[in-house]
Design a protein around this ligand. Structure first.
Ligand SMILES: [Zn+2]
Ligand SMILES: [Zn+2]
Length: 154
């Protein structure tokens, strides 16, 4: 069976690239690289599907010296604002996070196993220009997530 190459538009977030990116962010924002923060990063990388802040706190709470809740929440907030975490809304309305890369990305979410695939190449630009001129709306942003079953689950 021939290997079908991934389309150039899908984005693979490799753990090494992700961790280096976050550390670079910390350097440029003057955030200290503390052990609790690094533990939060390591825990985030272990999730295969979107996680919530509460879930992360609970899972870290099992470790020997867990980071404080404030550290967990502040780290999530910083990474989310800078694009290193993407906020995902599941079909049941829960919000979760997945490691991501800064930039204009959208996500495919498997409704069966929860796997998330990021892609770039937003097709909404033309629509937004038209909507803006028809409604005189100053459009500031948009959300787009695609639900379905992944190659393994379908
Ligand atoms: Zn799946
Ligand atoms: Zn878009």
């Amino acid at each position: 069976m021939p290997n079908r190459p991934l389309s150039a538009d899908t984005i693979h977030v490799s753990p090494d690239v992700w961790k280096q990116g976050v550390r670079a962010l910390w350097r440029t924002t003057g955030s200290r690289v503390t052990k609790p923060r690094v533990r939060v990063l390591d825990a985030i990388m272990r999730y295969q599907t979107p996680f919530s802040a509460e879930q992360l706190c609970a899972d870290l709470g099992q470790s020997i010296s867990p980071p404080g809740r404030a550290t967990v929440y502040r780290t999530i907030e910083q990474l989310s604002e800078s694009g290193w975490l993407a906020r995902i809304h599941t079909q049941t309305g829960e919000a979760g996070y997945v490691p991501s890369l800064p930039g204009h990305l959208h996500h495919l979410i498997c409704t069966t196993c929860g796997v998330v695939i990021a892609f770039e190449g937003c097709v909404l630009d033309d629509l937004l220009v038209r909507l803006s001129s028809q409604t005189d709306f100053a459009i500031e942003g948009h959300l787009l997530q695609i639900y379905g079953r992944c190659a393994t689950c379908k």
